[in-house]
Write a protein that binds this ligand. Structure first.
Ligand code: BT5
Length: 322
């Protein structure tokens, strides 16, 4: 009900009388008032006028399901929210083991142990970014799982572009960049046997409202706020991410890599470029020729074509930080 009230108030520019709200939502005026009071206590700015009724000015800056849900076309996305959690991916895996359904979402205002690939860490400040993970149960062979990363990256990039007009690039396999700085990292983990994926958990961290970065990230990272100069409505961004990720994911599951690869290539930050490949202690230079059906990166090194697996290497532009 809370979500419906928020959605209704969001859709109305004019004041709504208590009577209209109660008729619209099928609850008593006292119940309407109780919800309005609770929303205000949580930080929502709702103007109340004796003769005119209520008008929503601003929602609290929270990623709670009712705020995200108010921006979703479909109410039925199962969601769990945390003020603080170790890692939304780790929680997503636990929830998946307990039976979370395809498309379930875990969100957090802050992660204390956000993870990247290859034991790297993902850094964030409370309420600064949108950090979330989606539990997926794709009916595809495990050999095709890398394509999930492609679909998720396209989804997040589309959400950032649609919501904020920021046109990003995708740096294989899992970074979203803007002018060679990282705005989002994606980590997909899965549990599978030889011919069946039990579940995959795809987590994305989007830098939203950070105004500065420190240390190593100072030169490497950027945020939507830094790029646009405007603050980000994180709940709305998260809702757009969920919708866009699920759209590309479904496309990939139903129609395969060929249905998304063209768009991925157009957004690629590395295709047709000289790149540095970091594989453990070894670093070498190669030319990025493209992507194979199974999501591996095709790199030409000294006239020989190599297929690189996302779980094993990192790549860098010739002169870039990311
Ligand atoms: C990634 O790994 O970029 C994947 C990050 C995935 C984070 C999400 S948040 C929700 C979900 N829950 C999790 O626990 N994880 C996922 P990788 O390609 O390994 O890059 C890690 C590197 O990115 C670090 O070593 C830093 O150099 C850099 N980095 C860390 N935090 C960053 C930030 N906020 N913005 C930009 N770069 C960052």
């Amino acid at each position: 009900m809370r979500q419906q009230i928020i959605k209704f108030l969001l859709s109305q520019e004019e004041y709504q009388s208590g009577e209209a709200l109660s008729a619209q939502l099928g609850i008593s005026r006292a119940a309407v008032w109780k919800h309005i009071k609770a929303l205000r206590e949580e930080g929502a700015e709702i103007d109340a006028h004796t003769n005119k009724g209520y008008r929503l000015i601003r929602l609290p800056d929270l990623l709670k399901p009712e705020y995200i849900g108010a921006y979703l076309d479909d109410y039925r996305v199962p969601m769990r929210w945390f003020e603080e959690v170790g890692s939304t991916n780790d929680y997503g895996k636990k929830w998946a083991q307990e039976g979370a359904e395809d498309g379930s979402v875990v969100v957090a205002e802050h992660q204390t142990m956000g993870k990247g690939r290859l034991n790297r860490s993902w850094e964030s400040v409370p309420h600064g970014s949108v950090e979330m993970s989606i539990v997926l149960r794709p009916k595809i062979p495990p050999q095709q799982a890398a394509g999930i990363n492609f679909a998720v990256a396209l989804g997040v990039a589309a959400a950032i572009e649609k919501g904020y007009g920021v046109s990003t690039k995708i740096k294989w396999p899992n970074d979203i960049t803007y002018q060679n700085k990282k705005i989002c990292g994606i980590l997909t983990e899965m549990s599978a046997d030889m011919d069946h994926i039990e579940y995959a958990v795809s987590g994305a961290g989007v830098n939203a409202n950070q105004e500065t970065f420190h240390g190593e990230l100072k030169e490497k990272a950027t945020s939507i706020r830094i790029i646009t100069g405007k603050s980000v409505n994180r709940a709305q961004l998260c809702a757009m991410e969920i919708q866009e990720i699920l759209r590309y994911y479904k496309k990939y599951i139903v129609s395969g890599m060929s249905s998304i690869i063209q768009e991925y290539k157009e957004k690629s930050a590395v295709l047709g470029k000289q790149i540095n490949v970091i594989a453990g202690a070894e670093t070498y230079c190669g030319f990025c020729k493209g992507f194979a059906e199974d999501g591996t990166l095709l790199v030409e090194v000294d006239g020989e074509l190599r297929r690189l697996l996302a779980g094993e290497v990192s790549i860098r532009g010739m002169n870039d930080y990311v």
